[in-house]
Design a protein around this ligand. Structure first.
Ligand code: HEC
Length: 64
């Protein structure tokens, strides 16, 4: 599934705007953001590692 579609399917019921969420991701570099978001999502609705990576990359990409 494309990352944007994954976000809509898994996250948008509670987080209506991806861009708002993207700005809340902590970390002062792309790597730090990816790491903190991936870690967070392990216990926040995304148990699948591949989906986690796709969603994290999508959101961090939006925050640039
Ligand atoms: C069932 C509702 C629900 C779903 C589904 C959900 N979230 Fe959340 N999310 C929340 C709530 C409530 C909070 C704020 C409280 C907390 O930190 O747990 C939150 C917080 C967050 C935060 C921290 C934001 C901040 O302000 O620090 C991030 C990042 C996040 N969610 C990402 C996601 C992503 C990505 C998805 C999709 C995989 C997702 N969430 C799915 C309810 C949800």
């Amino acid at each position: 599934m494309a990352s944007e579609a994954l976000f809509k399917a898994r996250c948008s019921s509670c987080h209506s705007r991806a861009t708002t969420l993207a700005r809340a991701v902590k970390g002062n570099s792309t790597e730090a953001k990816l790491a903190s978001l991936s870690k967070f999502l392990e216990t926040h609705h995304v148990p699948d590692p591949q989906e986690r990576q796709a969603i994290a990359a999508y959101l961090v990409g939006l925050s640039k």
